[in-house]
Design a protein around this ligand. Structure first.
Ligand SMILES: NC(=O)c1ccc[n+]([C@@H]2O[C@H](COP(=O)([O-])OP(=O)(O)OC[C@H]3O[C@@H](n4cnc5c(N)ncnc54)[C@H](O)[C@@H]3O)[C@@H](O)[C@H]2O)c1
Length: 483
């Protein structure tokens, strides 16, 4: 199948590489000329396991990069829209990129085209794209528009794409439905996974993805509702973690107990400094706008957002409680990406914490295995960039763990203890057991668990003292709003 993918970001580039990997002829288009020339020059541009390998395998054979949307449209039967849908000031999704691509497709099409909406969009966007094409003189029978939301997660994007739990296709006619089934056939019938040289399936077991063929509105709703539910799960466990801290319970044990109920499940039940990234914050807000518009206000999500914003503030207060004053404190920071496995720092809670601490006058030395350059483009030289975790810890008054990279869970703790100016670790991702930290001689503050305090002279102000704690929350009121 000849496929044009519009947008070479996290979704567009991964989709292009993976469509090529399952046997299609793909042209990936971006209007950012620097991206296209870097991709043509062999760069992968984003940090994702297997991506470089797939790009190297297919570039120049069944994968090409270009900046001309018109050329790509003329050469392809299927046009996949994977451009950004950022939040507008009102919280609604800004669909201007989608509209401009739809308009350009209409002007360039020279025969039947199947337009596949892969960007995350509010319900009825499919109908708007349809209308936009008609207004731009595409006649009936010259195109179909399908909603095919993407569920890949940054950090595991390639394997998520090649071995999805489900493929959702919102489609209204047999011709489009047939083409979509053909595109995904190698994933649906398992033939891709059995291919020599295929990227291995994580977990090994062969399970066919569920193919959900539905209306466009249902497909659009599935995507927004999925992200809102996942954000809700994270905020729920974070709210429980705050209660656990206040009553002396251990959130890790609580999670085990809750998550072992198969109706609930253990995934997305990790307490921490909250969710971030380019999807959950904007998709939750956009979903609320959709709900409001159709008269079904979703106030539940106000609370999800409030709890999430509070996690960053609470962590900052914990830092202050552990090191006393902040001005001129040297802090080592592990992790800047919004989650492990990616270089994406958009809406990263780690970045928000670092920015707030810089504003308080802290000197930060941060290490991230992948996000250094993207973080630098936001933070500039306001912080130092360490070459490894130990360099970040050296001479620091405390070490902060802000992203759940696997390597941060395997630190040489006695060495960290040696390097730190004071033996203090604040863990926003609960990567360590309290026992391990105690035996390494480290004072340890995590989320939803009692602190480990080696010296009984250490200052203590954690969530166990709710009244003073809540009063101090005011100090970091503007953490997220100020960016
Ligand atoms: N990032 C994720 O994990 C993820 C997962 C699922 C769905 N999504 C959704 O997928 C969409 C894309 O997300 P992303 O993270 O890849 O965005 P991104 O910002 O990384 O990439 C978007 C790309 O589109 C390009 N672009 C914009 N307008 C264009 C045009 N007119 N012609 C050609 N190229 C154009 C931009 O230059 C950019 O490279 C969003 O709607 C997002 O919500 C993202």
């Amino acid at each position: 199948m000849r496929i044009a993918v519009i947008g070479s970001g996290y979704v567009g580039l991964v989709a292009s590489a993976c469509f090529a990997e399952i046997g299609h002829q793909v042209i990936c288009v971006d209007n950012d000329l620097n991206r296209i020339s870097a991709l043509n020059g062999g760069a992968a541009l984003i940090h994702e396991d297997f991506l470089q390998e797939l790009l190297d395998r297919h570039r120049g054979t069944n994968l090409a990069f270009c900046s001309s949307l018109a050329d790509a449209v003329r050469e392809s039967l299927v046009i996949v829209i994977a451009v950004g849908t950022p939040a507008a000031a009102t919280g609604e999704a800004d669909l201007s990129y989608v509209e401009s691509v739809a308009r350009e497709i209409a002007r360039s099409a020279d025969g039947y085209k199947l337009i596949v909406e892969k960007s995350t969009v509010p319900v009825y966007t499919n109908a708007w794209v349809w209308r936009c094409l008609e207004l731009n003189r595409c006649g009936p029978g010259e195109f179909d528009v399908v909603s095919n939301p993407e569920f890949l997660r940054e950090g595991t994007a390639v394997t998520d794409f090649l071995y999805p739990d489900r493929i959702v296709v919102g489609v209204s006619g047999p011709r489009a439905a047939g083409i979509m089934r053909e595109i995904y056939a190698p994933l649906l019938n398992g033939s891709y996974g059995r291919h020599a040289g295929a990227v291995s399936r994580p977990g090994g077991m062969e399970i066919a993805p569920l193919y959900v063929e539905t209306s466009a509105q249902s497909a659009e709703l599935i995507k927004h509702a999925s992200n809102a539910f996942l954000a809700m799960k994270i905020s729920f466990i974070n709210a429980v973690a705050n209660i656990a801290e206040a009553v002396g319970a251990d959130i890790e044990d609580v999670c085990k107990g809750i998550g072992s109920d198969s109706r609930i499940g253990s995934r997305f039940l990790q307490a921490g400094i909250g969710y971030g990234g380019s999807c959950f914050p904007k998709d939750v807000a956009a979903f609320q706008c959709v709900a409001m518009e159709c008269g079904c206000e979703l106030r539940l999500l106000d609370e999800v957002r409030r709890i999430n914003e509070d996690q960053v503030r609470r962590f900052l207060i914990k830092v202050r409680g552990a090191v006393w004053t902040l001005k001129n404190k040297r802090l080592g920071v592990l992790g800047l990406a919004f989650k492990s496995g990616t270089d994406d720092v958009r809406e990263s809670p780690a970045m928000q914490i670092v920015q707030a601490l810089v504003r308080e006058g802290c000197q930060i030395a941060a290490f991230d295995p992948a996000a250094r350059e993207r973080a630098r483009s936001v933070l500039g030289e306001t912080i130092q960039y360490a070459r490894d975790p130990y360099a970040a810890a050296k001479g620091a008054d405390a070490l902060l763990i802000l992203t759940e990279w696997k390597e941060f869970a395997e630190l040489d703790l006695p060495r960290i203890r040696e390097l730190l100016n004071y033996p203090i670790v604040l863990d926003g991702r609960n990567l360590y057991s309290r026992e391990d930290m105690a035996s390494a001689g480290l004072n340890y503050y995590s989320v939803g668990r009692a602190p480990v305090e080696i010296s009984n002279r250490m200052p203590v102000q954690h969530a166990g003292a709710p009244v003073g704690y809540l009063r101090r929350l005011g100090r970091f009121e503007s953490v997220r709003g100020s960016e």
